[in-house]
Design a protein around this ligand. Structure first.
Ligand code: ZN
Length: 238
């Protein structure tokens, strides 16, 4: 083989090697870009376009903590700034302030609204839920009691008021709450007729704090819509 041919072959091989290396490097960069995009999409969106974020196992949808049958809290989750509101009832401090305002306005027109239950720890919920299963069986217990980790009471953002049973419905207090609690940032979390959507029976005593802005939207001029409908999410056990 003439010397010149050898040189040409070497040069061609070298150029080929260079092109291959460039291609490999490029595809690697492309691959990295693609995985980064996938990483960013870990923050999913609901079917209504709200962002679902999971921070330390807690689910925030559109910035609001969501705890229902689909979304749970870690067993270790204890909210910060829990204070006593009444007797053995505890809630987050700013929820207490909102409730106190609601309570005193109700009182000024002769209505008596008082806290019956508030923050409940994971262990406490576990105990209660197991007791209900023993009494009513799993299927029935699931319609009125949350499984541990799925109770909204664990958020510290919930107050059950007055009599925690259906004798409370249609009392002057219950009717006033239905029409006014949103002014203080609370919602009727499990409205009548929305059992299939929330996964729970109607509970006129269960008030969830969401802040005034969202509460007003959910109040919907008296036609309560649920957090599930508003955000476009489900509430079902897996
Ligand atoms: Zn409750």
């Amino acid at each position: 083989m003439p010397k010149i041919t050898k040189i040409i072959i070497i040069v061609i091989s070298f150029v080929g090697l260079l092109i291959s290396a460039t291609l490999i490097l490029n595809s690697n960069i492309l691959f990295k870009e693609r995985t980064q995009k996938v990483d960013n999409q870990i923050e999913e969106k609901t079917e209504k376009g709200f962002q679902i974020e999971k921070i330390d196992g807690i689910t925030y949808i559109g910035g609001t903590i969501i705890t229902n049958k689909t979304y749970s809290l870690p067993s270790t989750y204890v909210p910060q700034n829990i204070v006593i509101i009444y007797d053995y009832v505890n809630i987050i401090d700013y929820v207490k302030d909102a409730f106190n305002a609601l309570q005193s306005d109700a009182q000024s027109i002769g209505l008596n609204i008082y806290p019956a239950s508030g923050y409940r720890s994971y262990e406490n919920q576990e105990r209660i839920y197991n007791k209900y299963i023993e009494k009513d069986g799993l299927e029935k217990a699931d319609t009125y009691s949350a499984r541990p980790g799925h109770s909204e009471h664990q958020t510290g953002l919930v107050i059950d008021v007055n009599t925690v049973d259906m004798t409370f419905d249609n009392t002057a207090e219950s009717t006033w709450l239905k029409n006014n609690c949103y002014n203080y940032g609370f919602i009727i979390r499990y409205p009548k007729g929305k059992e299939e959507i929330t996964g729970y029976m109607y509970e006129p005593w269960h008030l969830r704090y969401v802040g005034k802005e969202l509460a007003k939207k959910l109040y919907n001029n008296g036609f309560w819509i649920t957090l599930e409908e508003y955000f476009g999410i489900t509430s079902t056990y897996e």
